[in-house]
Every structure is written in structure tokens, then in C-alpha cells.
Design a protein around this ligand. Structure first.
Ligand code: PBG
Length: 338
């Protein structure tokens, strides 16, 4: 055997056994960090699997309540709801978004009745309701989303959601000025206790593909890739996100969000240094699906990759993570505790 090196510092000492490693672990993902996004559809009967998102389904309201009950029993504190609007209820303006009895708000009321403690978050954006799949109303030429006309609708939509009992509204549209307009409208209507979870740095990402399959906003356009680059951020631009976040803070956002998460950890890290407001990250559909796809082929270990992907998001600075893995992780953490 060779003589031992004379090393005063041997970092491996602190990785020697699992007890030491557990004591020194710097980042933890707990069930309190997780928000579970779910898809809801109208009608009765079975849930409909979303082929591009293994393990994810479009639930009926009844099925959604059951799913949420299970998640809540596993310790999940918050869910984010996304409606799958039938084609016949869509139009160019997204009129259905202002229907107080629309699908997502019926789902909210059903959930609040059975699980009043579970925090319910809804998206404020028009894409589930427009025939073209964009997040707002188009200008008269039909060439772009009309910012200010859209913001006026979003502010009304947020009030409608607050009236139905939503705890946090989440503007995901990226229109200029929408956070401020929503805050003003909520307060004017007495909803000072409803928080705004602002999609502050939402990038024009290809990772949203499976989500658009799930809610049908992709097929609404009939194009292979719905181009939202006039409102979502350029994936090449970190500084642009700072401008957006500063505006959302000024306009009264309660919680800031970066989206997607995994490919944007540098953005999260910057945000963490920039603000002391709570920070959320959205591990989007494509991030979820790529882990599943590789695991299905036996190329990656599902649970290990899933857990590492979330740990990385937490490590980069997120306080909260929206992830389709939320319920699975909550249940897995429960088994470890038992
Ligand atoms: C739309 C919205 C999108 C997502 C959440 N809200 C997609 C988009 O901008 O087209 C994506 C979520 C995901 O991919 O999981 N307002």
C-alpha cells in the first residue's frame, strides 16, 4: 500500500456514510414546497390520459376532487387548476373566461366545498378559451395579441376567480401591466386577501408542448408550434427577466415565478439574489415528460431523476415548485417517514 498523502483537508470525510451525508445536506425538498398542477374537463365518467404526459390525465370535476383529496392526505397544500375547454365554447375573444360558471370555477367551488383548507390557484390567461390558442385577444389585423384590451379582460377574470373562492390568481399571459391592473381590480372588489402569483419570467419555451396537447391550445391553432414570442421572453435573454420581475414587484406581485425551471436555473438564481419576495418555479410539462420518456426506455431512473430535478430547482433558489410530480413525491416522502 502506498503511504497516505499528507492532506489536512479531506472533503470525502463528510461524505463517508449516510448519517453524515444527511446531517450535512444543504437543500431539501419537502411536501410544503410543492404545488400540483391538474387538468380538468367537463362531463362525467373516466379521466382521459394525456398521451404526451405519462401519469397525467384530464379529470372530471368529481375525479379532480378525489385526486385532490388523496394529494391533500399526502400533505400537498396547494393545487393549480387548468381547464380543458370544449372547442364549441372557444371564440376569438375568449369570452368563456368571464363566465362565472365556467368549468374551472365550477371545479374551484367543488374543491372548496370538500377540501376548504387546500389552497387553490388558477391561471389568469385567455389561452384555454381562445380559438387561436393565444393568451389574449388579437388586434384588429389579427397579427398580434392586443395588450391593453387583454389586460382589461384579465382584471375582470381575476375578480371572477376571486369571487369563486380562488386563493391565489396566477397571471400567466405576460401582458404588460397586468399585475397592477389585477391588483387594483381585486382590491376594488374587496379581495385584498387574494394573492398574485405572477408568472414574471415566463420564457417562450418549446418545453410547453405537452401542456398545449393537454389543454388543446396547440390544436386550436392548427399549427405545429404556437408562437408566443411577442409576449413571452426570449430564451436567450437573462437581463430581460430582471426588467420583468422589477415591474411585477412594483405592480404588487406577492410571489414571483420563473418558468420553465430546469433549463432556467440561472434565472432563478439571479431572482433569488434580486428579491426577498417568495420565489416559485414551474417545472413544466416538457421537463416532466422527458424524464418519463427516458425512464420508459430504461435510460433513466424515474424516481432518482425526478428527485434530482426538483432538488436542483430548490438549490437554485425556488421556495415553491409547481410540478406534475407533486403527488407522487408527496406519497414517496410519506413512505420514507413511516
Ligand atoms: C398558458 C400556460 C402555459 C403553461 C401554463 N400556462 C403554456 C403556454 O404558455 O402556452 C405551460 C405549463 C406547462 O408546460 O406545463 N397561459
Amino acid at each position: 500500500m502506498d503511504a497516505a498523502q499528507d492532506l489536512p483537508r479531506r472533503p470525502r470525510r463528510l461524505r463517508r456514510d449516510s448519517a453524515t451525508r444527511a446531517l450535512l445536506q444543504e437543500t431539501h425538498v419537502t411536501v410544503n414546497d410543492l404545488i400540483w398542477p391538474l387538468f380538468v374537463k367537463d362531463g362525467k365518467g373516466d379521466a382521459e390520459a394525456v398521451p404526451s404526459m405519462p401519469g397525467v390525465a384530464r379529470h372530471t370535476i368529481e375525479g379532480l376532487v378525489d385526486e385532490c383529496r388523496e394529494a391533500s392526505e399526502a400533505g400537498i397544500k396547494a393545487v393549480a387548476l387548468f381547464p380543458v375547454t370544449p372547442a364549441e365554447q372557444k371564440d376569438a375573444q375568449g369570452t368563456e373566461a368571464l363566465n362565472p360558471n365556467c368549468l374551472v370555477l365550477r371545479a374551484v367551488r367543488a374543491l372548496k366545498k370538500v377540501l376548504p383548507e387546500l389552497l387553490v390557484i388558477t391561471d389568469v390567461a385567455l389561452d384555454p378559451y381562445t380559438t387561436h390558442g393565444h393568451d389574449g385577444e388579437l388586434n384588429t389585423e389579427g397579427t398580434d395579441v392586443d395588450n391593453d384590451a387583454t389586460v382589461a379582460i384579465l382584471a375582470k377574470m381575476a375578480v371572477c376567480h376571486a369571487e369563486a373562492g380562488v386563493d391565489w390568481v396566477a397571471p400567466s399571459d405576460m401582458m404588460d401591466g397586468r399585475v397592477g391592473a389585477i391588483r387594483t381590480a381585486l382590491d376594488a372588489d374587496g379581495h385584498t386577501g387574494v394573492s398574485i402569483l405572477a408568472y414574471s419570467a415566463k420564457y417562450a419555451s418549446a418545453f410547453y408542448g405537452p401542456f398545449r396537447d393537454a389543454v388543446g391550445s396547440q390544436s386550436a391553432t392548427g399549427t405545429a408550434y404556437l408562437d408566443k414570442r411577442t409576449y413571452q421572453l426570449n430564451p436567450a435573454n437573462p437581463r430581460e427577466s430582471i426588467v420583468e420581475v422589477a415591474l411585477d414587484i412594483e405592480e404588487g406581485a406577492d410571489i414571483l415565478m420563473v418558468k420553465p425551471a430546469g433549463a432556467y436555473l440561472d434565472i432563478l438564481c439571479r431572482m433569488r439574489q434580486l428579491t426577498d419576495l417568495p420565489l416559485a418555479a414551474y417545472q413544466v410539462s416538457g421537463e416532466y415528460s422527458q424524464i418519463h420518456a427516458a425512464a420508459e426506455r430504461g435510460w433513466l431512473d424515474l424516481a432518482a431523476t425526478r428527485d434530482e430535478s426538483l432538488l436542483a430547482i430548490k438549490r437554485a433558489g425556488a421556495d415553491l415548485i409547481l410540478t406534475y410530480f407533486a403527488k407522487d413525491i408527496a406519497q414517496a416522502l410519506q413512505t420514507v417517514d413511516e
